[in-house]
Design a protein around this ligand. Structure first.
Ligand SMILES: C[S@@+](CC[C@H](N)C(=O)[O-])C[C@H]1O[C@@H](n2cnc3c(N)ncnc32)[C@H](O)[C@@H]1O
Length: 232
């Protein structure tokens, strides 16, 4: 077990890197996965951003499109202790998450499933880089399902690229071609939503969405949308 209690002996600046290294250690059995996990957890700015927002939450967390469970490991290594349920349609990734991550920390569950048929749930929700694998009508449905699962006082954190005329959008599309050619993501749709489509989906007096760039040092057009539900 890495750091289940969240006791940190490193500085605030070093903390994300330390969490990334420890989370990546879970994948040491596979050279490829270990390299992927180390790179992703160290470079992706959404991981420390999500950990920072969820750090004090005691609500359960639904991680939609959880892949191999890297975010869950990263959150635990960052001191987040809430129960986490990961949903992922790729059976092999779910097996990896169960084999390499679930047993290392308390209260982690990984299940095969799809964003279009989410289980009943109330808490916080994360959906990082998943939306564009679905067609627009499904995206609207998934955003509604996500909103319905945010507990009073809770939040949903969605990272996506916005479809626009920027060079960053072009760079993201080129990356998608390589990701698919590598076999890491298997086929399917590639339809990035516009900023307006996302904003429209969360127009409700009970929800307050805020959007900020989340590309870090990458050339991609990534943004993090934080949707808060009033109450709690
Ligand atoms: C780019 S990866 C991101 C993984 C993880 N969210 C992260 O940020 O580390 C996208 C994931 O979304 C999953 N995915 C694709 N279509 C999905 C769907 N309809 N419902 C849920 N997950 C899906 C893929 O299998 C893949 O694991």
């Amino acid at each position: 077990m890495g750091n289940p209690g969240g006791v940190s002996l490193v500085s605030a600046k070093e903390a994300p890197l330390s969490a990334a290294k420890c989370a990546a250690m879970r994948f040491q059995k596979s050279r490829f996965l270990h390299g992927y996990a180390k790179g992703k957890a160290s470079w992706d700015p959404s991981y420390p951003a999500v950990a920072g927002i969820l750090h004090h939450s005691h609500r359960p967390l639904l991680d939609v499109g959880c892949g191999v469970g890297l975010l869950a490991a990263y959150l635990r290594e960052s001191g987040c202790t809430q129960p986490i349920l990961g949903i992922e349609p790729d059976a092999e990734k779910v097996r990896t998450a169960r084999d390499l991550v679930a047993g290392c920390y308390p209260d982690l569950d990984f299940r095969e499933g799809d964003a279009r048929s989410l289980p009943e749930f109330s808490g916080d929700v994360v959906l990082l880089d998943v939306l564009h694998y679905m067609e627009p009508a499904d995206q609207r449905f998934v955003l509604e399902s996500v909103a319905a699962r945010i507990a009073p006082g809770g939040c949903a954190l969605i990272r996506t690229t916005f479809r626009d005329s920027s060079w960053r959008y072009l760079a993201t599309m080129i990356e998608e071609v390589f990701v698919r050619a590598s076999g890491w993501i298997r086929g399917g749709h590639c339809h990035f939503p516009t900023r307006q489509e996302i904003e429209t989906a969360f127009q409700s007096p009970h929800l307050s969405p805020s959007i900020r760039p989340m590309w870090g040092k990458t050339p991609f057009n990534s943004h993090l949308i934080e949707i808060r539900r009033a109450g709690g």
